[in-house]
Each structure stands twice: as structure tokens, then as C-alpha cells.
Design a protein around this ligand. Structure first.
Ligand code: KG4
Ligand code: ZN
Length: 333
């Protein structure tokens, strides 16, 4: 069986083919970073148009790379949500049209579930139950994975997502879009004892997050600062420490509350080296284990959609021909 996956929920057009037992046979990824860089963030209309102009070429190239005819494809998986509605609709309509033309099932994939399942493509993969920390540009969630497909939302951000906080703070520090990786690199030049920013919502019980206050704390700190490189690096370091600490504290709390000792971190921010190290230390100290997708599978990609599509196809047989995008699609629904 071979499933092609199509990702167009935000600013990456990702295509991949997955085959059980063999893994990812081929993948193509086009990032729109350059397109949006001048605007300091994703411009939804530009994103949709760019997906349209790239998608069929990338699908052709992916099939070619895998050495497959289209008749060899047994299912077409596409991200149906959550994400930008115009961008989603490109993948939804192309995915469903191809499935119709190729006479195979069309599989609507939840982007956050795909992030969560990406870790299963690694040699070191956990067996449920485990707790998953999903940290992307639009979402920060803690999910109890009782079984693949059976999820309980334990907590989520009440305002900005962790990735959003990274991007907004990076902008305050004059770094380009997307800010996460650049802010993380700058933080490595900084000193961790200069700033101590709040660890939001860690002082009271619960597993929800709030990150919007952190960027305000950084903005206030910037106002009273010299514009030299070391000062910016120190600020970046203080910010990253605060986010990483907050995420780690909540993860540990979620492990304690559920009695589970395996943690998965997934989504763009889980590529962050400081977070990976911190979660590693925290789980080790508890005698547990943390699992990550490889960095390329933490950020948006077609491989996780192809794999999640395969998993979903095991549970159902295709979908009715009416279609839609779900810009807000809870992982538990
Ligand atoms: O999962 P993702 O690629 O897209 C969404 O589904 O949103 O996540 C993108 C987010 C962006 O906010 C980006 O700045 C952040 O992930 N990100 C990082 C790193 N790499 C990507 N944040 C911190 N450190 C990184 N190394
Ligand atoms: Zn994503």
C-alpha cells in the first residue's frame, strides 16, 4: 500500500509518499519563507496562491522521485485543518480531485494529529499510552494519547501559542521571519543569569498555558536596554529559558497527573535544541523517556500527512465526495 500526503495548511507545500514496512519513499517540500519575509509574517492570500502554483509540480516530482506511476497510489491524504482556510482549500481540492481521478480513497487528516504521529516514523517510537506536547506556530497543547486515534486534551494555550511567542519576540529583537530558529540561535550566545522572565501559569494548578504576557515582559525589558549584540542575546536567552522552563514544568505535571512516563514533543517548536535538552533532562530524572520526530519532521512536512493518512485509512474507508476545510479542528473531534 502506498499513500500520498499533501500538506498546505500554512506556508509550506509538502508532499510525500508513505508505504507501510518501507517508510517514506519520497518527499518534496517548498517553503514560502522568502515570499512572506518582507511582511514579517504569513500573508494568507499570498500563501494560497503560492500553494496553487506549486502543488501539482511537487506531486509530479514526488512520484518521479519514488519511481511510481499514479496508478500505484492507494490513497490520497491531505491536511483538512486546522490552518489557514484558503491555504487548506488548495490541498483539500487537489487531494480530493486526485483521489476521484485515481479511484482511491481520499483521507482528511488533522494537522495536529499528524504532528503527533510524526514520531512514529522514527526508529525510536513510543507505544501508547504517552503524553504529547504539541508546540507549533498556532497551537500549544498537552494531549494524553491513550491509543492512536484516542486522544484526551489535557491543556492548551489560552492566548498565544509557543511558536507565536517565539515569532513575536524575535520580531521585537529585530530578527527575521520565522523567528523561532533565529531567536534560539541568538539565545545560545546569551547569559542565562541576566534576565528572569515569568513562567506563566506555573504557580497555579492546571495544564493550560499563556504566552502573550512574556513578549510584553521582553518588550518592556528592551525599552531600557542598549542596542548591543550581547544585550539582545541575553534577552533572547531569558525568553527561551522562560518558555522552555514553562513547557517542561507543565509536561512534568501532565506526566504526574496521568501516571504515564513517556513523553512526545512535536510541532515546529519541538525542533528547538534548548527544549529538547530540557525535556530530556526532566524525563531522565523521572526514569522516563522523551521521544521526538527528527527536526525536519517537527516543522510542517508532507511525510507526517502521508503517515497519518495511512493510520486513518486503517480505521475507515474513504470519505463521501462532499468536501470542506476545517480551519478550526480540535484533535479530539
Ligand atoms: O509546526 P510548524 O512548522 O507550523 C505550524 O503548524 O504552525 O511550527 C512553526 C513554528 C513557528 O512559530 C516557528 O518559529 C517555530 O515553529 N519554530 C521554532 C524552531 N523551529 C521552528 N521555534 C523555536 N526553535 C526552533 N528551532
Ligand atoms: Zn504544523
Amino acid at each position: 500500500m502506498r499513500i500520498i500526503g499533501i500538506e498546505t495548511s500554512c506556508d509550506e507545500t509538502g508532499i510525500a509518499v508513505y508505504a507501510p514496512g518501507e517508510g517514506i519513499l519520497a518527499q518534496q517540500l517548498h517553503s514560502q519563507i522568502k515570499l512572506h519575509a518582507d511582511y514579517g509574517g504569513v500573508v494568507p492570500e499570498l500563501a494560497s496562491r503560492d500553494h496553487i502554483s506549486r502543488i501539482t509540480g511537487l506531486i509530479d516530482r514526488c512520484l518521479q522521485q519514488a519511481g511510481l506511476e499514479k496508478s500505484a497510489i492507494d490513497g490520497v491524504a491531505y491536511t483538512a485543518g486546522p490552518g489557514l482556510v484558503g491555504a487548506l482549500l488548495v490541498g483539500v481540492s487537489v487531494g480530493r480531485s486526485l483521489a476521484y481521478a485515481w479511484n482511491c480513497p481520499a483521507i482528511a487528516v488533522n494537522h495536529m494529529e499528524a504532528h503527533l504521529l510524526a514520531v512514529m516514523l522514527e526508529e525510536q517510537a513510543p507505544e501508547p499510552p504517552f503524553v504529547a506536547l504539541l508546540v507549533s506556530g498556532g497551537h500549544t497543547q498537552l494531549v494524553l494519547v491513550k491509543a492512536v486515534g484516542e486522544y484526551e486534551l489535557l491543556g492548551e494555550s489560552q492566548d498565544d501559542a509557543a511558536g507565536e511567542a517565539f515569532d513575536k519576540t524575535a520580531k521585537l529583537l529585530g530578527l527575521g521571519y520565522p523567528g523561532g530558529p533565529q531567536l534560539s540561535a541568538l539565545a545560545q550566545q546569551g547569559r542565562s543569569d541576566v534576565h528572569h522572565f515569568p513562567r506563566p501559569m506555573t504557580g497555579k494548578p492546571g495544564l493550560d498555558f499563556s504566552f502573550s504576557g512574556l513578549k510584553t515582559a521582553v518588550a518592556l525589558a528592551i525599552a531600557g536596554l542598549d542596542e548591543d549584540e550581547q544585550a539582545r542575546a541575553d534577552l533572547a536567552c531569558g525568553f527561551v529559558d522562560a518558555v522552555v522552563d514553562t513547557l517542561a514544568i507543565k509536561c512534568e505535571r501532565a506526566l504526574e497527573a496521568t501516571g504515564v512516563n513517556q513523553l512526545v514533543a512535536a510541532g515546529g517548536v519541538s525542533a528547538n535544541v534548548q527544549l529538547r535538552q530540557r525535556l530530556q533532562d526532566m524525563t531522565r530524572a523521572r526514569g522516563g523517556q522523551v521521544f521526538y520526530p527528527r527536526p525536519d519532521y517537527c516543522t510542517d512536512n508532507g511525510a507526517m500527512i502521508a503517515y497519518a493518512g495511512y493510520v486513518k485509512l486503517q480505521r475507515q474507508t474513504g470519505e463521501p465526495l462532499s468536501f470542506g476545510a476545517r480551519p478550526r479542528w480540535p484533535i479530539t473531534a
